[in-house]
Design a binder for this molecule. Structure first.
Ligand SMILES: Nc1ncnc2c1ncn2[C@@H]1O[C@H](COP(=O)(O)OP(=O)(O)O)[C@@H](O)[C@H]1O
Ligand SMILES: [Mg+2]
Length: 430
């Protein structure tokens, strides 16, 4: 193995002292290698030693003739007198490269692949050219100049990054275009959806309108029938009953009294049939919503239409009671409120209170309007005047075993209190 003729590199990079030399090169002067001698070789040696980039001299058989400290630094396996520490799979290519370089003085770009660990290799870019140095004999050598890898590596990395970025940007652009297309499609679908929803809403609204027209028509018809029965047939029956009773009280002949009483029973039968029919025509709201809600909406609607200030109150816990009682109380409320609107005068206020107690349900309708003389005598004279609303209320309440209390005096307002039992058993008439 050769000793380098150049200044000693760092001990790490140097091989141990070699054995015999096979080179034909001229031995340098003792003491300082060729540096000591002036001339081109010594200039070259100085350059060789102090140049920052790794420089390697390779002989004609591919053995390392010499290397500068930077080369030993860069390639720790480098040793003078041995082949370049090239990675196995690159050896053939390396020797082709060296023979190419040995034929020209113009540096040829290449790379040295050195072993790095058990499996991998490390690439060192280089330039190689033929050089003849007297100090090494007349044989041409190849000077390998390892170019700084850092810069190139970084450049390479940078280029790759740049390419990555470009790829990412392209991908992003592509996604953006796709996204834009999807968004356009979405807005198109949304418009469709919106149109569909509007069409459906229109159809539903039309259907609702038709249904509610039908419902209202049905309700109006029922109301008309019930009113006709109540106002005409019912009131005429009441008149008839009162007339017959009056006649019976004046008769003395038992046969005549008996006949009149039979007529009275017939009249009562007709009255019962009439009530059954009126029951059939009971307010639909009662079936649909129950008594309390139906009554509340009756009061609200009445107040809204008449613009009379009305307070509605429920006292006690709501409990079930017979349907017939509910219908009677509902009709009573209708009649009482109609009377307020008809007779109580302007600026009147109304209070409706529904009270549930252990045994009874009580409906009170008070107003602070004009009032009237409400004694029995007057009540009787009402019949002759064909005013049957208050009497009808009383009769209806009696039919469900309830009571009606009417308190009124001119200028003192009117109070109507209807009381009914919660169940037939409790009324004592089971
Ligand atoms: N809330 C009321 N305020 C003032 N007067 C009333 C009230 N309710 C009834 N009246 C009087 O009692 C009379 C009898 O009422 P009603 O029997 O319902 O007959 P109608 O309402 O057909 O007149 C009414 O004509 C009216 O003079
Ligand atoms: Mg009336």
């Amino acid at each position: 193995m050769h000793e380098s003729i150049f200044p000693k590199p760092s001990p790490r990079g140097r091989p141990s002292a070699g054995s015999s030399s096979t080179s034909t090169r001229t031995q340098p002067a003792a003491g300082g290698g060729i540096i000591g001698e002036p001339g081109p070789e010594s200039d070259f040696a100085a350059l060789f030693a102090f140049v920052a980039d790794p420089l390697i001299l390779v002989g004609q058989f591919g053995l390392v003739e010499d290397a500068n400290p930077a080369a030993f630094d860069r390639l720790p396996d480098l040793a003078i007198g041995l082949p370049l520490p090239v990675e196995k799979t690159h050896r053939e290519r390396m020797s082709r490269y060296l023979s190419l370089c040995s034929r020209t003085e113009n540096p040829i770009p290449g790379a040295v692949f050195v072993r790095a660990g058990a499996e991998s290799s490390c690439r060192h870019p280089c330039r190689g050219a033929r050089i003849v140095l007297r100090a090494y004999g007349d044989e041409p050598l190849v000077l390998l100049h390892l170019t700084p890898t850092n810069l190139e590596g970084r450049l390479h990395l940078l280029t790759e990054r740049l390419n990555d970025v470009r790829r990412v940007m392209q991908e992003r652009k592509r996604r953006e275009i796709e996204m834009q297309a999807l968004l356009t499609e979405r807005s198109r679908l949304l418009v469709h959806l919106e149109e569909d929803a509007q069409a459906r809403q229109r159809a539903e609204a039309e259907r609702d309108a038709v249904l509610s027209r039908l419902y209202r028509a049905g309700q109006d018809e029922r109301r008309r029938l019930a009113r006709d029965l109540h106002d005409h047939a019912g009131q005429q029956l009441v008149t008839l009953t009162f007339g017959l009773r009056k006649i019976a009280s004046r008769l003395s002949c038992p046969t005549a009294i008996h006949e009149v009483e039979q007529l009275l029973r017939h009249t009562q039968d007709i009255g019962q049939s009439l009530r059954r029919v009126t029951l059939e025509l009971r307010p639909a709201a009662l079936d649909e919503f129950g008594f309390v809600t139906a009554l509340r909406s009756l009061v609200d609607e009445w107040s809204r239409v008449t613009e009379i200030v009305t307070e509605f109150q429920i006292v006690g816990e709501e409990v079930d009671f017979p349907l017939e009682t509910a219908i009677t109380l509902y009709r009573l409320a209708q009649e009482a409120l109609t009377n307020v609107a008809k007779h109580a005068g302007p600026g009147v206020c109304v209070s409706v209170v529904l009270r549930f107690s252990a045994l009874q349900v009580t409906l009170t309708i008070d107003d602070n309007g004009s009032g009237f003389a409400a004694d029995e005598a007057i009540a009787t004279s009402l019949v002759s005047q064909g005013k049957l609303g208050l009497l009808g209320m009383r009769e209806r309440m009696a039919l469900v075993d309830g009571t009606l209390n009417i308190e009124s005096a001119p200028g003192r307002g009117t109070s109507i209190v209807a009381r009914a039992y919660r169940s037939v058993e409790e009324s004592g008439h089971a």
